[in-house]
Write a protein of this length. Structure first.
Length: 165
């Protein structure tokens, strides 16, 4: 069982990066930490470039023999941010759904889409309200897990630390 998520970068104008699949560490405490590390490294905010650097960052984090080969994947990104097109992205969107990230704005914008079971035992994807996403991000930043995540990240990357936030 993983802690899966899919991260997609956008310019907010209809251009989307490939979809990055995380089998592990797809929860808000990790994903927002990884995104903050992109900021710390001053990665240019353009969806293709930041997607590549995000993959590099995740690879550094999981570059340990004991993690195994299921930690990271890449799939074609969506044609648009519609629920229909996001559903077509070829990754497992269970657990934490999709983070649609726009870092081209003054303050990073994250839209979240998660799957829910219906009474008919099917799944539907829905966008979380912006207030809920803001609250999730704040909670992730103050979660007890955050300190251990930062320590583990430093160990996995030979001493690099996530700074700020």
């Amino acid at each position: 069982m993983g802690n899966r998520a899919t991260v997609i970068f956008t310019d907010g104008k209809g251009v989307f990066s490939p979809a990055v699949y995380l089998h592990w560490n797809g929860g808000p405490e990790s994903v927002y930490g990884f995104l903050e590390e992109l900021d710390r490294r001053q990665v240019r905010a353009d969806q293709e470039y930041e997607c590549a650097r995000f993959i590099q960052l995740i690879g550094e984090f999981f570059d340990q023999d004991r993690i195994g080969g299921l930690s990271l994947g890449v799939a074609n990104g969506p044609a648009s941010d519609s629920i229909e097109d996001l559903n077509k992205v070829g990754t497992d969107k269970g657990d934490n759904g999709i983070y649609l990230v726009n870092r081209t704005t003054k303050s990073m914008e994250v839209r979240r889409f998660t799957e829910h079971w219906t009474p008919e035992h099917t799944t539907i994807m829905a966008e979380l309200p912006i207030e809920q996403v803001k609250a999730e991000r704040e909670e992730a930043g103050s979660h007890n897990y955050r300190l251990s995540f930062r320590k583990f990240y430093a160990k996995a990357t030979q001493g690099k630390e996530i700074e700020g936030h």
